[in-house]
Design a protein around this ligand. Structure first.
Ligand SMILES: [Zn+2]
Length: 441
């Protein structure tokens, strides 16, 4: 579905963020001088690391007071839908903001945003579930082209979001001004995750997560625009926010996991035999050949600890950026996450008004690529299946078997994702969704 809609939406005409973020504060609680945790990958092909970095950037452009703004129309803050697959309430909304692109380079930014999203969605399970995502590009006009720290540590640029290499004295760590980023991301119709593309060919990036309380969305990934390996940083970071996945790497000297059992779906203190006996965590995948290579089992070292905690596979994209494969338990957890924020069934007829027996009822299914069986759609009248309507996206209540008469009846459409990438009944339930109409006469 990507690239189907290319209309330009003026930022000022865009509605406020969806009701889902209503609990978020207006101004982030974390102000100047605050620090947040961030993850980065010191070497392409390598394992990750974590550190603490400032919320704000010394390199961000100061806000121009409204009265001093040039009257010339500026693209700054314009929203361009790169993929609009469904209503924001039924989709994961990814907002991509560019930094280090001048007014003359905004088309470059849009092209880079499309390329990056195409690269992310070459990776499973993003590939199969691309149809559950909306993607919004927000133009941020920078005074200067490129970002601070490229090519050299002392190269400083004045940019909209102030993104910079050499954050926390680490060359490949690209930090960004989180408050500036929010001011642009908030122009999109809805935002579940943010990707900042920093205009640079040098390898680098970072992942901020757990931001929901202060910013209204969980994660911000930074990555450099013209470096293919930086794409894997975004794929990895989004998996933390979406799939609630642990890092599958460990630090030398970090020692024993202190317990209790971690909540992460891909880290456990149980060895394979105990996991199988308790049918816990990834028990249903044990022994399977994994796309990351090798077999699903329990491999010691995960969630930063060296001992007493296990990951599902020897390697995976949650361990190091030398592979673009998530392991099977990780994929299932991400699919669960997709369906926590999105769903595959959208009613095309208002469910809040009573309809007649002869009102055509239509639904739209997300365009997914989840295998032969795919999304299963079924219809019910007062809880009883109308088997003749299996898979139909438009039905007439009368033909489904709703009888004439004064009594009101319920017509329900239900979908479930039958993908073989899901084995847990709990996750299968998450993939299911229903809509119901009241029908009379
Ligand atoms: Zn990570």
């Amino acid at each position: 579905m990507r690239r189907t809609v290319m209309a330009v939406v003026l930022a000022l005409s865009v509605a406020l963020p969806a009701a889902g973020v209503a609990g978020a504060v207006d101004a982030p609680a974390s102000g100047s001088g605050s620090y947040v945790g961030v993850e980065y990958f010191p070497e392409p092909d390598g394992e990750g690391a974590r550190t603490s970095v400032p919320v704000n950037s010394p390199h961000a452009q100061p806000e121009t007071p409204a009265r001093h703004r040039t009257p010339v129309a500026s693209e700054d803050g314009e929203v361009v839908p790169l993929a609009e697959t469904g209503p924001t309430a039924d989709r994961l909304d990814v907002t991509i903001v560019g930094d280090g692109y001048t007014a003359a380079e905004q088309e470059d930014f849009l092209q880079d945003a499309r390329t990056k999203w195409d690269e992310v969605t070459d990776i499973e399970p993003y590939r199969s579930y691309e149809g559950l995502f909306n993607v919004w590009a927000v133009k941020a006009v920078s005074e200067e082209s490129g970002v601070t720290g490229d090519p050299g540590r002392d190269d400083v640029r004045n940019t909209a979001l102030g993104s910079y290499f050499w954050c926390s004295a680490t060359e490949r760590l690209i930090c960004v001004d989180l408050d500036k980023t929010k001011s642009y991301a908030d122009k999109a119709p809805a935002t579940d995750l943010v990707i900042v593309i920093s205009h640079s060919a040098k390898y680098g990036g970072a992942g901020y997560s757990g931001l929901a309380a202060d910013y209204g969305y969980d994660g911000v990934s930074t990555l450099s625009s013209d470096n293919a390996q930086s794409t894997l940083i975004a794929a990895h970071e989004m998996a933390h926010s979406i799939g609630l996945l642990a890092d599958e790497y460990q630090y030398a000297g970090y020692g024993d996991h202190p317990g209790p059992e971690p909540a992460y779906p891909n880290a456990s203190m149980l060895t394979a035999d105990r996991m199988a006996a308790q049918r816990a965590k990834w028990a249903s995948w044990l022994g399977e050949a994994d796309p990351s290579g090798g077999t699903v089992g329990t491999f010691e070292g995960a969630d930063y600890y060296e001992y007493g905690v296990y990951r599902p596979t020897r390697n995976s994209l949650m361990r190091a950026l030398n592979t673009d494969e998530f392991n099977l338990p990780g994929r299932e957890a991400m699919i669960a996450g997709f369906y926590r924020s999105a769903n595959a069934l959208t009613p095309l007829v208002d469910t809040t008004v009573t309809v007649s027996r002869f009102t055509p009822l239509s639904v739209e299914l997300a365009d997914l690529d989840t295998g032969l069986a795919g999304i299963r759609l079924r219809w019910y009248v007062d809880g009883r299946e109308a088997r003749q309507a299996r898979g139909m996206t438009t039905v007439l209540p009368a033909t489904l078997g709703v009888p004439a008469g004064r009594r009101a009846h319920r017509v329900t459409a239900t979908v479930v994702d039958t993908t073989s990438a899901v084995r847990s009944p709990v996750v299968r339930d998450l993939t299911s969704n229903s809509v119901t109409w009241t029908v009379t006469r």
